[in-house]
Design a protein around this ligand. Structure first.
Ligand code: LLP
Length: 431
């Protein structure tokens, strides 16, 4: 869990800004980011590759948090990004993100999405299946336009994470199957397609992964594939994209490995297999999402009603919940919370933090040890920077919170709070 600084009067700071000031200026619920954490994390990733002296590319998996200001921040750090929809591509485009640094993912890209990718001349399309391959062959032929492609492969690796966020196992909706030869068939078709420029292969084994074994296993299988492609198809891949999924620490009980442990183990495996097989070491691409933004964000809420069930549990309800953070309800995700206006007070009470949505499953955190809570207190859920805002909904017709970026004691609003008028903007009256 990310440690943020505290003022003398016991207020939590984020990016040097007093969270109680953020709450009074922008209201709650509010997502607040310390953007120096994002920048440092990117620099950290870069340093690991630079030290290992390999060609690499870091592509931010923008699904973790995709807003204009984020694409702009990422662009300033000079890395790539990947998108999975027309909406993400559009946002990146509007943010001025260079289109040649964008990769497009997804297991059912529409003709409209593929056309947009071609119109924008994006860097690379990661082809997921034969249907998409046919569409792309047709479209590029009609337009007589070349595009870089990779294929996504399912390496048959179990990542040991929640099954909803595990993607590398053979029985997965994503990618070409390795064992039954689908990946080879796809390669043959791509090599025969005049407008498809094949870069290499991609896999992504899952998210919030805590062990290196899955990555090393995937790297090995993928290298085997590339070596086989060279031997049997006379095609030498230049890129090996091993996806994202590096876990972060959400609670005290979790002990994720540092990114350098994951990445170094991947690099070593790829280097070694290249050397022993006399294969030119491919460029290694990674696609971190959560590990770039997760620890940079917090969610701020105002405490309202409380309920004590004697000898059972104390509930503290806040003004947000599953609409702004679906992860506890969807994945039983655990978070740590603090009382942002009472950081100096002793934490003596065990409470469970409930949201305001009409569902029993709408809980943000269970069994938190906090100072005595009263209505009006400011509660912060930590490490909500990834898959919080990006998975937010208007369930129960609650407007989505605002987002603010904080850095060196200054705050900047980067997403407006939704209004109730916004909520009916697309609705049409019956008569
Ligand atoms: N690359 C691909 C192809 C992906 O599908 C994903 C995530 C990533 C990269 C980035 O993974 P990360 O580094 O963020 O773990 N909503 C879930 C996570 C779903 C991840 C989907 N794909 C959650 O809140 O835990």
């Amino acid at each position: 869990i990310t440690e943020h600084q505290i003022t003398n009067d016991g207020h939590l700071l984020i990016g040097g800004v007093d969270t109680t000031k953020l709450a009074s200026e922008y209201g709650t619920p509010l997502y607040a980011y310390d953007i120096s954490i994002i920048r440092n994390q990117i620099t950290h990733f870069k340093t690991i590759f630079e030290k290992a002296d390999v060609k690499y590319q870091i592509s931010y998996a923008s699904k973790a948090f995709a807003i204009l200001a984020m694409y702009q921040l990422i662009n300033k750090e000079n890395i790539h990004c990947d998108v999975v929809s027309e909406g993400e591509l559009y946002t990146a485009k509007q943010a001025g993100f260079p289109m040649d640094k964008v990769s497009f993912h997804g297991n059912n890209k529409s003709v409209q999405e593929l056309t947009m990718a071609l119109d924008q001349k994006i860097g690379c399309i990661i082809i997921d299946n034969f249907y998409e391959l046919d569409l792309l062959k047709q479209l590029t032929q009609e337009r007589q336009q070349s595009i870089n492609v990779m294929i996504r492969v399912t390496p048959g690796i179990s990542a040991h994470t929640h099954e909803y966020i595990s993607t590398g196992q053979e029985d997965s909706k994503f990618g070409f199957d390795l064992n039954s030869g689908q990946a080879d068939k796809a390669l043959e078709q791509i090599l025969a397609a005049p407008y498809l420029k094949m870069l290499g292969a991609h896999c992504h084994i899952g998210s919030q992964i805590f062990a290196t074994a899955g990555f090393v296993g995937a790297a090995e299988k993928m290298m085997d594939l590339l070596i086989h492609w060279q031997a049997d198809f006379d095609f030498t891949a230049t890129v090996l994209n091993l996806g994202g999924g590096f876990g972060i620490q959400y609670t005290d009980d979790e002990k994720p490995l540092a990114p350098e442990v994951f990445i170094t183990s991947i690099i070593e495996e790829v280097k070694q297999l290249s050397a022993t097989n006399n294969f030119p070491c491919p460029e290694i691409w990674i696609e971190p999402g959560r590990s770039i933004v997760g620890s940079a964000g917090i969610s701020l809420y105002t405490v309202g009603s409380q309920k004590t069930i004697p000898n059972v549990r104390d509930y503290v309800a806040v003004d947000g919940g599953m609409g702004d953070n679906i992860r506890p309800a969807l994945y039983e995700a655990k978070y740590e919370t603090v009382l942002a206006n009472k950081m100096n007070e002793p934490a003596t009470h065990k409470v469970s933090v409930a949201g305001k949505y009409c569902e029993s499953g709408d809980m943000l955190a269970w069994d938190q040890i906090l100072p005595t809570t009263t209505a009006g207190d400011l509660l912060a859920v930590l490490d909500t920077g990834a898959y919080g805002y990006s998975m937010a909904s208007n369930y129960n017709r609650n407007p989505r919170p605002a987002v603010v970026f904080c850095d060196e004691g200054e705050s900047k609003l980067v997403v407006n709070r939704e209004t109730t008028e916004d909520l009916i903007k697309l609705d049409l009256p019956l008569e």
